[in-house]
Design a protein around this ligand. Sequence first.
Ligand code: NDP
Length: 297
Amino acid sequence: MTEIIDGNAVASEIRSEISGCVETLTEAGVTPGLATVLMSDDPASETYVSMKQQDCEEVGINGIHVEIEPDAPSEELFETIDRLNDDPEVHGILVQLPVPDHVDKRAVIRAIDPAKDVDGFHPENVGRLVAGDARFKPCTPHGVQKLLEAYEIDTEGADAVVVGRSDIVGKPLANLLIQKAPQGNATTTVCHSRTDDLAAKTSTADIVIAAAGVPELIDGSMLKEGATVIDVGVNRVDADTDKGYKLVGDVDYESAKSVAGAITPVPGGVGPMTRAMLLYNTVAAASDHHDIEIELP
Ligand code: NDP
């Protein structure tokens, strides 16, 4: 029987534990605050940000939202970040990516105070993660680790293949999997668009994590019997639905499910975990800043 990895259920447990952490902090006089900044009129980005704000409200985090016109000068965004860096009520800052073309994305990431960089994208935080001393683990890779942990999927000594090498998913995930630490110690291969014979890599892996942004790139014929399959991909494809599209992952779910030992669905797999880990990082930032001990899940 293939185990279906239920991201909604694991995320919901984590969120309830985070609510407890928020309570502890609030009793100590600190309400964790997360600022989201949106400089885009892309409907998907708008939806992501509003979900993050809704998540904050649910666990008692103070959500602050700033919108900047997409055609505003980039200085407006940098001034906003400076202001939020200085705001004692803000413990975490998230600038929703992508930013418009006229804004230097790397400069935006560098402008955020590393102690408030709850996405974990600032070079200082990337360096700390690689060095095995992570301050904030980026939300999606951290969420993947938590899913593996919740389903007792042992990474130690496992052959793991990460498909994708982006700064936000593939690279940090591979770095976490190779750490000499719990949910690490995997022998990790990173594949990308120039990988020669992807199937040869995935078909020998104990754990395949797909983060390529290519609909149904990986099917059952590319997997080893009993492999764990974590599908990070979220892709819109045309479909005969009310919206005119449906969401599919980077894995062909039906064929992969018939081979895999455990698999995440899309939606309902990694997505809810990404959202939960943002709350986790925000609470961790508040606890660190005020030196208040909490028990994070
Ligand atoms: P990027 O587009 O930044 O990176 C995609 C990576 O996949 C690149 O490294 C690219 O290689 C590689 N790739 C592309 N095509 C292939 C291919 N045919 N074979 C092997 N590798 C390939 O995407 P992200 O990392 O930002 O996101 C990946 C997916 O995950 C997307 O569908 C995104 O929507 C989703 N996502 C989901 C989240 C969630 O919470 N569920 C959170 C974040 C992302 P190269 O470097 O050579 O170009």
